[in-house]
Write a protein of this length. Sequence first.
Lengths: 346, 229
Amino acid sequence: MDFFDPILLAVIVAGLYMAWNIGANDLANSMGTSVGSGALSIKQVIIIAGVLELVGAVFFGDKVTSRIAKGIVPIDEIIAIDPHLVVIGSLAAIVAAGFWITLATFYHMPVSTTHSIVGAVTGFGLVATIYIDSFTIDQIEWIVLGKIVISWLTSPLIGATLAFIIFTIIRIFLLARVDDPYNLEKKFIYLQILSACFVALAHGSNDVANAVGPISAALYAAGITSGTVIPEWVLAIGGIGIVIGLATWGWRVIETIGKNITELTPTRGFSAEFATALVVFFHSGISIPVSTTHTLVGAVVGVGLAGGIEAVDLSVIRKIVTSWIITVPVAALTSMIVFVILIEVL
Amino acid sequence: MPIEYIRSVLGIFGESPFKPVHTHAQKAVEAVHKLNMAVDAYCRGDYMTVETLNTEIFAIEYEADIIKQTIRKLIPSSIMLPVDSNDLLSFLRPQDSITDNAHHTAHWLTLRKMKLPLEIKEGLLELMERTIKTVDAYESTVDEIAKLLETSFSKKEIKRILKMIPIIEELEHEADIAKKQLQQKIFDHEDELGGTGVFYLISLVRDIGNISDSADTAADRLRTMILRR
Protein backbone atom coordinates (compact mmCIF):
# COMPACT_ATOMS: atom_id res chain seq x y z
CA MET A 1 0.00 0.00 0.00
CA ASP A 2 1.51 3.37 -0.89
CA PHE A 3 1.33 6.59 1.05
CA PHE A 4 -1.34 8.10 -1.18
CA ASP A 5 -3.77 5.28 -0.63
CA PRO A 6 -7.12 6.99 0.08
CA ILE A 7 -7.76 5.03 3.28
CA LEU A 8 -4.32 5.86 4.59
CA LEU A 9 -4.82 9.52 3.73
CA ALA A 10 -8.16 9.38 5.53
CA VAL A 11 -6.42 8.06 8.64
CA ILE A 12 -3.93 10.95 8.51
CA VAL A 13 -6.65 13.55 7.97
CA ALA A 14 -8.73 12.14 10.82
CA GLY A 15 -5.60 12.03 12.97
CA LEU A 16 -4.90 15.67 12.18
CA TYR A 17 -8.48 16.53 13.12
CA MET A 18 -7.96 14.75 16.43
CA ALA A 19 -4.68 16.65 16.91
CA TRP A 20 -6.45 19.92 16.15
CA ASN A 21 -9.00 19.10 18.85
CA ILE A 22 -6.29 18.27 21.36
CA GLY A 23 -4.58 21.60 20.70
CA ALA A 24 -7.80 23.60 20.64
CA ASN A 25 -9.12 22.32 23.93
CA ASP A 26 -6.80 20.10 25.98
CA LEU A 27 -3.59 22.04 25.48
CA ALA A 28 -5.58 25.25 25.92
CA ASN A 29 -6.82 23.96 29.27
CA SER A 30 -3.33 23.07 30.43
CA MET A 31 -1.93 26.44 29.41
CA GLY A 32 -4.93 28.46 30.60
CA THR A 33 -3.66 28.51 34.18
CA SER A 34 -0.60 30.53 33.13
CA VAL A 35 -2.77 33.13 31.44
CA GLY A 36 -5.20 33.18 34.35
CA SER A 37 -2.48 34.06 36.83
CA GLY A 38 -1.11 36.74 34.51
CA ALA A 39 2.26 35.01 34.12
CA LEU A 40 1.95 34.96 30.35
CA SER A 41 -0.08 36.68 27.67
CA ILE A 42 -2.08 34.60 25.22
CA LYS A 43 0.41 35.33 22.45
CA GLN A 44 3.35 34.22 24.61
CA VAL A 45 1.50 31.07 25.62
CA ILE A 46 0.87 30.12 22.00
CA ILE A 47 4.54 30.57 21.11
CA ILE A 48 5.87 28.74 24.18
CA ALA A 49 3.30 25.96 24.02
CA GLY A 50 3.79 25.63 20.26
CA VAL A 51 7.54 25.07 20.52
CA LEU A 52 7.55 22.86 23.61
CA GLU A 53 4.52 20.81 22.62
CA LEU A 54 6.33 19.96 19.38
CA VAL A 55 9.57 19.14 21.20
CA GLY A 56 7.67 16.95 23.66
CA ALA A 57 5.81 15.18 20.88
CA VAL A 58 8.78 14.54 18.60
CA PHE A 59 11.42 13.64 21.19
CA PHE A 60 9.37 12.10 24.00
CA GLY A 61 6.12 11.07 22.33
CA ASP A 62 7.24 7.72 20.91
CA LYS A 63 6.60 5.52 23.94
CA VAL A 64 2.95 6.37 24.53
CA THR A 65 2.31 6.45 20.77
CA SER A 66 3.76 2.99 20.47
CA ARG A 67 1.59 1.83 23.37
CA ILE A 68 -1.59 3.08 21.71
CA ALA A 69 -0.55 1.86 18.25
CA LYS A 70 0.34 -1.68 19.24
CA GLY A 71 0.45 -2.08 23.00
CA ILE A 72 -3.26 -2.61 23.60
CA VAL A 73 -4.18 -4.53 20.47
CA PRO A 74 -1.30 -6.72 19.23
CA ILE A 75 -1.45 -5.52 15.63
CA ASP A 76 1.48 -7.65 14.50
CA GLU A 77 -0.70 -10.71 14.84
CA ILE A 78 -3.48 -9.11 12.82
CA ILE A 79 -1.06 -7.80 10.18
CA ALA A 80 0.25 -11.32 9.71
CA ILE A 81 -3.25 -12.34 8.66
CA ASP A 82 -4.56 -9.20 6.94
CA PRO A 83 -2.74 -5.83 7.20
CA HIS A 84 -5.70 -4.16 5.53
CA LEU A 85 -7.78 -4.77 8.66
CA VAL A 86 -5.33 -2.76 10.78
CA VAL A 87 -5.50 0.22 8.41
CA ILE A 88 -9.29 0.13 8.49
CA GLY A 89 -9.23 -0.45 12.24
CA SER A 90 -7.02 2.60 12.74
CA LEU A 91 -9.38 4.68 10.66
CA ALA A 92 -12.37 3.38 12.63
CA ALA A 93 -10.67 4.12 15.95
CA ILE A 94 -9.58 7.66 15.09
CA VAL A 95 -12.93 8.53 13.50
CA ALA A 96 -14.83 7.17 16.51
CA ALA A 97 -12.65 9.03 19.00
CA GLY A 98 -12.79 12.23 16.94
CA PHE A 99 -16.57 12.00 16.65
CA TRP A 100 -17.02 11.48 20.38
CA ILE A 101 -14.67 14.34 21.22
CA THR A 102 -16.52 16.65 18.82
CA LEU A 103 -19.86 15.76 20.38
CA ALA A 104 -18.51 16.12 23.91
CA THR A 105 -16.99 19.50 23.11
CA PHE A 106 -20.24 20.87 21.71
CA TYR A 107 -21.97 19.76 24.90
CA HIS A 108 -19.14 21.06 27.13
CA MET A 109 -18.52 17.63 28.64
CA PRO A 110 -15.05 17.28 30.20
CA VAL A 111 -14.23 14.19 28.13
CA SER A 112 -10.60 13.17 27.77
CA THR A 113 -9.07 12.53 24.33
CA THR A 114 -6.87 9.91 25.98
CA HIS A 115 -9.85 7.97 27.29
CA SER A 116 -11.57 8.29 23.91
CA ILE A 117 -8.70 6.91 21.86
CA VAL A 118 -7.94 4.08 24.29
CA GLY A 119 -11.63 3.10 24.24
CA ALA A 120 -11.76 3.34 20.45
CA VAL A 121 -8.61 1.26 19.94
CA THR A 122 -9.95 -1.38 22.32
CA GLY A 123 -13.18 -1.38 20.29
CA PHE A 124 -11.17 -2.13 17.17
CA GLY A 125 -9.46 -5.02 18.96
CA LEU A 126 -12.80 -6.44 20.02
CA VAL A 127 -14.38 -6.21 16.57
CA ALA A 128 -11.26 -7.74 14.98
CA THR A 129 -11.92 -10.94 16.90
CA ILE A 130 -15.16 -11.30 14.93
CA TYR A 131 -13.44 -10.96 11.56
CA ILE A 132 -10.37 -13.07 12.28
CA ASP A 133 -11.02 -16.54 13.62
CA SER A 134 -7.52 -17.04 14.95
CA PHE A 135 -7.53 -13.73 16.81
CA THR A 136 -9.25 -14.12 20.17
CA ILE A 137 -10.37 -11.73 22.89
CA ASP A 138 -7.73 -12.94 25.33
CA GLN A 139 -5.02 -11.74 22.92
CA ILE A 140 -5.96 -8.17 23.67
CA GLU A 141 -3.56 -6.87 26.32
CA TRP A 142 -6.08 -6.69 29.15
CA ILE A 143 -3.41 -6.32 31.79
CA VAL A 144 -1.93 -3.31 29.97
CA LEU A 145 -5.42 -1.89 29.57
CA GLY A 146 -6.05 -2.45 33.27
CA LYS A 147 -2.86 -0.58 34.15
CA ILE A 148 -3.88 2.31 31.90
CA VAL A 149 -7.35 2.56 33.43
CA ILE A 150 -5.96 2.41 36.97
CA SER A 151 -3.51 5.17 36.12
CA TRP A 152 -6.44 7.36 35.05
CA LEU A 153 -7.61 7.13 38.63
CA THR A 154 -4.19 7.42 40.26
CA SER A 155 -2.73 10.20 38.08
CA PRO A 156 -5.11 12.92 39.36
CA LEU A 157 -4.60 11.61 42.91
CA ILE A 158 -0.81 11.73 42.58
CA GLY A 159 -1.18 15.15 40.95
CA ALA A 160 -3.21 16.33 43.94
CA THR A 161 -0.72 14.94 46.45
CA LEU A 162 2.30 16.45 44.69
CA ALA A 163 0.62 19.84 44.26
CA PHE A 164 -0.40 19.78 47.93
CA ILE A 165 3.21 19.09 48.95
CA ILE A 166 4.73 21.67 46.58
CA PHE A 167 2.33 24.41 47.64
CA THR A 168 2.68 23.56 51.33
CA ILE A 169 6.46 23.93 51.02
CA ILE A 170 6.03 27.31 49.28
CA ARG A 171 3.54 28.33 51.96
CA ILE A 172 5.66 27.40 54.96
CA PHE A 173 9.05 28.47 53.68
CA LEU A 174 8.17 31.48 51.54
CA LEU A 175 4.67 32.90 51.91
CA ALA A 176 4.76 32.76 55.71
CA ARG A 177 8.19 34.37 55.90
CA VAL A 178 8.20 37.21 53.41
CA ASP A 179 6.98 40.65 54.36
CA ASP A 180 5.22 41.29 51.10
CA PRO A 181 3.48 38.22 49.68
CA TYR A 182 2.47 40.17 46.56
CA ASN A 183 6.11 40.78 45.71
CA LEU A 184 6.81 37.07 46.07
CA GLU A 185 4.03 36.36 43.60
CA LYS A 186 5.72 38.65 41.08
CA LYS A 187 8.92 36.67 41.41
CA PHE A 188 7.03 33.43 40.95
CA ILE A 189 5.90 34.58 37.52
CA TYR A 190 9.30 33.51 36.17
CA LEU A 191 9.04 30.09 37.80
CA GLN A 192 5.55 29.74 36.45
CA ILE A 193 6.79 30.40 32.92
CA LEU A 194 9.16 27.46 33.43
CA SER A 195 6.42 25.24 34.79
CA ALA A 196 4.19 26.23 31.86
CA CYS A 197 6.97 25.13 29.49
CA PHE A 198 7.22 21.85 31.37
CA VAL A 199 3.47 21.31 31.09
CA ALA A 200 3.57 21.87 27.33
CA LEU A 201 6.50 19.47 26.99
CA ALA A 202 4.79 16.81 29.12
CA HIS A 203 1.51 17.30 27.30
CA GLY A 204 3.24 16.84 23.95
CA SER A 205 5.00 13.70 25.13
CA ASN A 206 1.78 12.04 26.26
CA ASP A 207 -1.13 13.45 24.30
CA VAL A 208 0.39 13.42 20.82
CA ALA A 209 -0.22 9.67 20.94
CA ASN A 210 -3.97 10.23 21.00
CA ALA A 211 -3.71 11.58 17.46
CA VAL A 212 -0.76 9.72 15.98
CA GLY A 213 -1.18 6.34 17.69
CA PRO A 214 -3.66 5.13 15.06
CA ILE A 215 -1.73 6.92 12.26
CA SER A 216 1.47 5.10 13.10
CA ALA A 217 -0.39 1.78 13.39
CA ALA A 218 -1.84 2.30 9.91
CA LEU A 219 1.51 3.37 8.40
CA TYR A 220 3.15 0.36 9.98
CA ALA A 221 0.48 -2.01 8.67
CA ALA A 222 0.76 -0.46 5.22
CA GLY A 223 4.46 -1.17 5.22
CA ILE A 224 5.42 2.49 4.96
CA THR A 225 7.19 2.50 8.30
CA SER A 226 8.88 -0.48 9.83
CA GLY A 227 10.49 -1.63 13.03
CA THR A 228 9.57 -0.78 16.57
CA VAL A 229 10.59 2.88 16.57
CA ILE A 230 7.97 5.48 15.66
CA PRO A 231 9.53 7.82 13.05
CA GLU A 232 9.90 11.41 14.17
CA TRP A 233 8.05 12.80 11.17
CA VAL A 234 4.97 10.84 12.22
CA LEU A 235 5.12 12.37 15.69
CA ALA A 236 5.73 15.78 14.12
CA ILE A 237 2.48 15.48 12.13
CA GLY A 238 0.60 15.17 15.41
CA GLY A 239 2.61 17.89 17.13
CA ILE A 240 2.01 20.34 14.29
CA GLY A 241 -1.70 19.49 14.25
CA ILE A 242 -1.90 20.20 17.98
CA VAL A 243 -0.10 23.53 17.63
CA ILE A 244 -2.40 24.53 14.77
CA GLY A 245 -5.36 23.69 17.01
CA LEU A 246 -3.99 25.90 19.74
CA ALA A 247 -3.26 28.78 17.38
CA THR A 248 -6.55 28.69 15.47
CA TRP A 249 -9.02 27.96 18.24
CA GLY A 250 -7.18 27.24 21.50
CA TRP A 251 -6.49 30.93 22.12
CA ARG A 252 -10.21 31.53 22.27
CA VAL A 253 -10.65 28.71 24.77
CA ILE A 254 -7.78 30.15 26.85
CA GLU A 255 -9.38 33.58 26.69
CA THR A 256 -12.72 32.25 27.90
CA ILE A 257 -11.33 30.17 30.74
CA GLY A 258 -8.67 32.73 31.64
CA LYS A 259 -11.43 35.09 32.73
CA ASN A 260 -12.75 32.52 35.20
CA ILE A 261 -9.51 31.72 36.94
CA THR A 262 -8.29 35.10 38.05
CA GLU A 263 -8.07 33.74 41.60
CA LEU A 264 -5.03 31.69 40.67
CA THR A 265 -1.82 33.47 41.61
CA PRO A 266 1.65 32.50 40.28
CA THR A 267 2.61 30.48 43.40
CA ARG A 268 -0.58 28.45 43.09
CA GLY A 269 -0.30 28.17 39.31
CA PHE A 270 3.29 27.04 39.58
CA SER A 271 2.42 24.36 42.17
CA ALA A 272 -0.45 22.96 40.10
CA GLU A 273 1.45 23.07 36.81
CA PHE A 274 4.67 21.62 38.11
CA ALA A 275 2.83 18.72 39.78
CA THR A 276 0.81 18.08 36.62
CA ALA A 277 3.86 18.13 34.36
CA LEU A 278 5.79 15.77 36.66
CA VAL A 279 2.96 13.25 36.74
CA VAL A 280 2.28 13.36 33.01
CA PHE A 281 5.93 13.26 32.00
CA PHE A 282 6.50 10.34 34.34
CA HIS A 283 3.66 8.42 32.68
CA SER A 284 5.10 9.20 29.25
CA GLY A 285 8.32 7.59 30.47
CA ILE A 286 6.53 4.40 31.48
CA SER A 287 4.43 4.37 28.27
CA ILE A 288 1.09 5.03 29.96
CA PRO A 289 -1.40 7.39 28.30
CA VAL A 290 -2.98 9.65 30.93
CA SER A 291 -5.23 12.71 30.75
CA THR A 292 -3.24 15.90 31.28
CA THR A 293 -6.34 17.96 32.02
CA HIS A 294 -7.66 15.48 34.59
CA THR A 295 -4.28 15.46 36.29
CA LEU A 296 -4.38 19.25 36.31
CA VAL A 297 -7.79 19.16 37.98
CA GLY A 298 -6.35 16.86 40.64
CA ALA A 299 -3.41 19.23 41.13
CA VAL A 300 -5.71 22.25 41.52
CA VAL A 301 -7.72 20.39 44.16
CA GLY A 302 -4.42 19.59 45.89
CA VAL A 303 -3.50 23.28 46.05
CA GLY A 304 -7.02 23.98 47.27
CA LEU A 305 -6.69 21.39 50.04
CA ALA A 306 -3.52 23.14 51.13
CA GLY A 307 -5.63 26.28 51.54
CA GLY A 308 -4.20 28.00 48.50
CA ILE A 309 -7.31 28.69 46.45
CA GLU A 310 -10.17 30.97 47.45
CA ALA A 311 -12.83 28.74 45.94
CA VAL A 312 -12.58 25.27 44.37
CA ASP A 313 -15.71 24.01 42.64
CA LEU A 314 -15.73 20.27 43.26
CA SER A 315 -18.83 19.71 41.11
CA VAL A 316 -16.45 19.45 38.13
CA ILE A 317 -15.06 16.22 39.58
CA ARG A 318 -18.46 14.55 39.42
CA LYS A 319 -18.79 15.60 35.77
CA ILE A 320 -15.33 14.24 35.00
CA VAL A 321 -16.05 10.89 36.65
CA THR A 322 -19.35 10.59 34.77
CA SER A 323 -17.80 11.37 31.39
CA TRP A 324 -14.92 9.07 32.24
CA ILE A 325 -17.29 6.13 32.78
CA ILE A 326 -19.27 6.90 29.61
CA THR A 327 -16.33 7.60 27.30
CA VAL A 328 -14.57 4.22 27.16
CA PRO A 329 -17.62 2.07 26.28
CA VAL A 330 -19.10 4.69 23.92
CA ALA A 331 -15.80 5.18 22.05
CA ALA A 332 -15.30 1.40 21.88
CA LEU A 333 -18.80 0.77 20.57
CA THR A 334 -18.62 3.62 18.02
CA SER A 335 -15.26 2.33 16.85
CA MET A 336 -16.75 -1.16 16.35
CA ILE A 337 -19.72 0.21 14.40
CA VAL A 338 -17.51 2.40 12.18
CA PHE A 339 -15.24 -0.58 11.55
CA VAL A 340 -18.17 -2.78 10.44
CA ILE A 341 -19.50 -0.02 8.17
CA LEU A 342 -16.06 0.55 6.60
CA ILE A 343 -15.55 -3.17 6.00
CA GLU A 344 -18.97 -3.41 4.35
CA VAL A 345 -18.48 -0.31 2.19
CA LEU A 346 -14.86 -0.76 1.15
CA MET B 1 -22.08 35.03 19.02
CA PRO B 2 -19.80 32.23 17.77
CA ILE B 3 -20.48 28.63 18.71
CA GLU B 4 -18.84 27.75 22.00
CA TYR B 5 -16.72 24.81 20.95
CA ILE B 6 -15.19 24.52 24.37
CA ARG B 7 -14.39 21.54 26.55
CA SER B 8 -12.89 22.87 29.73
CA VAL B 9 -12.10 21.49 33.14
CA LEU B 10 -11.11 24.82 34.55
CA GLY B 11 -14.59 25.25 35.96
CA ILE B 12 -12.78 23.70 38.92
CA PHE B 13 -11.96 27.29 39.84
CA GLY B 14 -14.99 28.66 41.64
CA GLU B 15 -15.60 32.36 41.98
CA SER B 16 -14.13 33.72 45.20
CA PRO B 17 -16.73 34.88 47.73
CA PHE B 18 -14.13 36.86 49.69
CA LYS B 19 -13.95 39.91 47.41
CA PRO B 20 -17.71 40.50 47.55
CA VAL B 21 -17.50 40.00 51.33
CA HIS B 22 -15.16 42.97 51.48
CA THR B 23 -17.33 45.03 49.12
CA HIS B 24 -20.24 44.21 51.41
CA ALA B 25 -18.28 45.52 54.41
CA GLN B 26 -17.51 48.70 52.46
CA LYS B 27 -21.24 49.18 51.94
CA ALA B 28 -21.68 49.07 55.72
CA VAL B 29 -19.05 51.79 56.14
CA GLU B 30 -20.68 53.90 53.46
CA ALA B 31 -24.10 53.56 55.11
CA VAL B 32 -22.82 54.45 58.59
CA HIS B 33 -20.93 57.52 57.32
CA LYS B 34 -24.08 58.73 55.60
CA LEU B 35 -26.03 58.08 58.78
CA ASN B 36 -23.55 60.28 60.62
CA MET B 37 -24.30 63.04 58.15
CA ALA B 38 -28.02 62.45 58.66
CA VAL B 39 -27.73 62.67 62.48
CA ASP B 40 -25.71 65.85 62.07
CA ALA B 41 -28.36 67.33 59.76
CA TYR B 42 -31.08 66.29 62.22
CA CYS B 43 -29.32 68.12 65.04
CA ARG B 44 -29.17 71.23 62.83
CA GLY B 45 -32.86 70.85 62.02
CA ASP B 46 -32.09 70.28 58.33
CA TYR B 47 -34.81 67.68 57.82
CA MET B 48 -34.62 67.89 54.01
CA THR B 49 -31.07 66.57 54.11
CA VAL B 50 -32.14 63.85 56.53
CA GLU B 51 -34.78 62.73 54.01
CA THR B 52 -32.27 62.71 51.14
CA LEU B 53 -29.67 60.77 53.15
CA ASN B 54 -32.32 58.29 54.28
CA THR B 55 -33.12 57.55 50.62
CA GLU B 56 -29.40 57.12 49.86
CA ILE B 57 -28.86 54.78 52.80
CA PHE B 58 -31.90 52.79 51.73
CA ALA B 59 -30.28 52.36 48.30
CA ILE B 60 -26.99 51.24 49.92
CA GLU B 61 -28.86 48.74 52.07
CA TYR B 62 -30.49 47.36 48.94
CA GLU B 63 -27.11 47.03 47.18
CA ALA B 64 -25.69 45.28 50.24
CA ASP B 65 -28.60 42.84 50.14
CA ILE B 66 -27.85 42.02 46.51
CA ILE B 67 -24.17 41.44 47.35
CA LYS B 68 -25.18 39.20 50.26
CA GLN B 69 -27.36 37.12 47.94
CA THR B 70 -24.51 36.90 45.42
CA ILE B 71 -22.16 35.64 48.12
CA ARG B 72 -24.67 32.98 49.20
CA LYS B 73 -25.02 31.82 45.61
CA LEU B 74 -21.22 31.53 45.33
CA ILE B 75 -21.12 29.00 48.14
CA PRO B 76 -23.06 25.90 47.11
CA SER B 77 -22.16 22.64 48.88
CA SER B 78 -19.74 21.68 46.08
CA ILE B 79 -17.49 24.67 46.76
CA MET B 80 -14.36 24.10 48.79
CA LEU B 81 -13.13 27.23 50.59
CA PRO B 82 -10.04 27.70 52.75
CA VAL B 83 -12.46 28.39 55.64
CA ASP B 84 -15.63 26.66 56.79
CA SER B 85 -18.41 27.98 54.56
CA ASN B 86 -20.89 27.98 57.48
CA ASP B 87 -18.47 30.13 59.46
CA LEU B 88 -18.25 32.51 56.52
CA LEU B 89 -22.04 32.78 56.29
CA SER B 90 -22.49 33.26 60.02
CA PHE B 91 -19.97 36.09 59.95
CA LEU B 92 -21.70 37.64 56.96
CA ARG B 93 -25.02 37.87 58.83
CA PRO B 94 -23.97 40.39 61.54
CA GLN B 95 -21.95 42.28 58.92
CA ASP B 96 -25.19 42.66 56.99
CA SER B 97 -26.93 43.86 60.17
CA ILE B 98 -24.58 46.88 60.31
CA THR B 99 -26.12 48.25 57.11
CA ASP B 100 -29.60 47.13 58.18
CA ASN B 101 -29.32 48.96 61.50
CA ALA B 102 -27.96 52.07 59.80
CA HIS B 103 -30.98 52.00 57.54
CA HIS B 104 -33.44 51.52 60.45
CA THR B 105 -31.87 54.44 62.27
CA ALA B 106 -31.99 56.74 59.23
CA HIS B 107 -35.61 55.83 58.68
CA TRP B 108 -36.41 56.48 62.37
CA LEU B 109 -34.86 59.94 61.99
CA THR B 110 -37.37 60.85 59.29
CA LEU B 111 -40.37 59.93 61.45
CA ARG B 112 -40.33 62.76 63.96
CA LYS B 113 -39.02 66.30 63.91
CA MET B 114 -37.92 67.70 67.24
CA LYS B 115 -35.65 70.34 68.70
CA LEU B 116 -32.90 68.81 70.80
CA PRO B 117 -31.23 70.20 73.92
CA LEU B 118 -27.54 70.98 73.33
CA GLU B 119 -26.38 68.26 75.71
CA ILE B 120 -28.38 65.62 73.80
CA LYS B 121 -27.05 66.90 70.47
CA GLU B 122 -23.47 66.60 71.69
CA GLY B 123 -24.16 63.16 73.08
CA LEU B 124 -25.65 61.99 69.79
CA LEU B 125 -22.73 63.30 67.76
CA GLU B 126 -20.24 61.69 70.11
CA LEU B 127 -22.06 58.36 69.94
CA MET B 128 -22.01 58.56 66.14
CA GLU B 129 -18.30 59.37 66.13
CA ARG B 130 -17.54 56.32 68.24
CA THR B 131 -19.82 54.18 66.11
CA ILE B 132 -17.99 55.28 62.97
CA LYS B 133 -14.63 54.49 64.55
CA THR B 134 -15.82 50.98 65.39
CA VAL B 135 -17.20 50.31 61.92
CA ASP B 136 -14.10 51.77 60.21
CA ALA B 137 -11.82 49.56 62.31
CA TYR B 138 -14.04 46.62 61.46
CA GLU B 139 -13.77 47.31 57.73
CA SER B 140 -9.95 47.55 57.86
CA THR B 141 -9.91 44.14 59.53
CA VAL B 142 -12.10 42.65 56.80
CA ASP B 143 -9.77 44.23 54.26
CA GLU B 144 -6.90 42.26 55.81
CA ILE B 145 -8.59 38.96 54.86
CA ALA B 146 -7.14 39.42 51.36
CA LYS B 147 -3.62 39.23 52.77
CA LEU B 148 -4.61 36.26 54.89
CA LEU B 149 -5.77 34.45 51.75
CA GLU B 150 -2.72 35.54 49.78
CA THR B 151 -0.35 34.01 52.31
CA SER B 152 -2.71 31.07 52.66
CA PHE B 153 -3.20 31.78 56.39
CA SER B 154 0.36 32.23 57.50
CA LYS B 155 0.77 32.36 61.30
CA LYS B 156 2.13 35.91 61.06
CA GLU B 157 -0.94 37.17 59.21
CA ILE B 158 -3.31 35.29 61.52
CA LYS B 159 -1.64 36.92 64.52
CA ARG B 160 -1.88 40.33 62.90
CA ILE B 161 -5.57 40.05 62.11
CA LEU B 162 -6.36 38.55 65.53
CA LYS B 163 -4.69 41.55 67.16
CA MET B 164 -7.02 43.87 65.26
CA ILE B 165 -10.19 42.31 66.63
CA PRO B 166 -9.72 43.38 70.29
CA ILE B 167 -9.33 46.94 68.99
CA ILE B 168 -12.80 46.72 67.47
CA GLU B 169 -14.09 45.31 70.74
CA GLU B 170 -12.50 48.17 72.68
CA LEU B 171 -14.02 50.76 70.33
CA GLU B 172 -17.41 49.08 70.63
CA HIS B 173 -17.05 49.21 74.40
CA GLU B 174 -16.42 52.97 74.21
CA ALA B 175 -19.44 53.41 71.96
CA ASP B 176 -21.43 51.47 74.52
CA ILE B 177 -20.34 53.82 77.32
CA ALA B 178 -21.29 56.84 75.19
CA LYS B 179 -24.67 55.22 74.60
CA LYS B 180 -25.31 54.66 78.31
CA GLN B 181 -24.33 58.23 79.18
CA LEU B 182 -26.61 59.56 76.49
CA GLN B 183 -29.49 57.42 77.75
CA GLN B 184 -29.01 58.95 81.19
CA LYS B 185 -28.97 62.45 79.73
CA ILE B 186 -32.21 61.78 77.89
CA PHE B 187 -33.92 60.93 81.17
CA ASP B 188 -32.29 63.95 82.80
CA HIS B 189 -34.18 66.06 80.25
CA GLU B 190 -37.43 64.15 80.45
CA ASP B 191 -39.54 67.13 81.50
CA GLU B 192 -38.29 69.19 78.60
CA LEU B 193 -38.55 66.35 76.04
CA GLY B 194 -41.90 64.92 77.04
CA GLY B 195 -42.88 61.25 77.11
CA THR B 196 -42.98 60.86 73.33
CA GLY B 197 -39.68 62.69 72.96
CA VAL B 198 -38.00 60.42 75.49
CA PHE B 199 -39.41 57.33 73.80
CA TYR B 200 -38.28 58.60 70.40
CA LEU B 201 -34.74 59.39 71.52
CA ILE B 202 -34.27 56.23 73.58
CA SER B 203 -35.24 54.16 70.52
CA LEU B 204 -32.94 56.23 68.33
CA VAL B 205 -30.01 55.72 70.66
CA ARG B 206 -30.73 52.00 70.91
CA ASP B 207 -30.75 51.73 67.11
CA ILE B 208 -27.42 53.54 66.83
CA GLY B 209 -25.99 51.30 69.54
CA ASN B 210 -27.02 48.24 67.55
CA ILE B 211 -24.70 49.32 64.73
CA SER B 212 -21.45 48.95 66.67
CA ASP B 213 -22.91 45.87 68.39
CA SER B 214 -23.28 44.25 64.97
CA ALA B 215 -19.72 45.20 64.02
CA ASP B 216 -18.55 43.68 67.28
CA THR B 217 -20.47 40.43 66.70
CA ALA B 218 -19.21 40.22 63.10
CA ALA B 219 -15.62 40.73 64.28
CA ASP B 220 -16.10 37.96 66.82
CA ARG B 221 -17.46 35.60 64.16
CA LEU B 222 -14.54 36.55 61.90
CA ARG B 223 -12.18 35.46 64.66
CA THR B 224 -14.06 32.17 65.00
CA MET B 225 -13.85 31.64 61.25
CA ILE B 226 -10.10 32.18 61.24
CA LEU B 227 -9.40 30.08 64.32
CA ARG B 228 -11.63 27.18 63.32
CA ARG B 229 -10.18 26.61 59.87
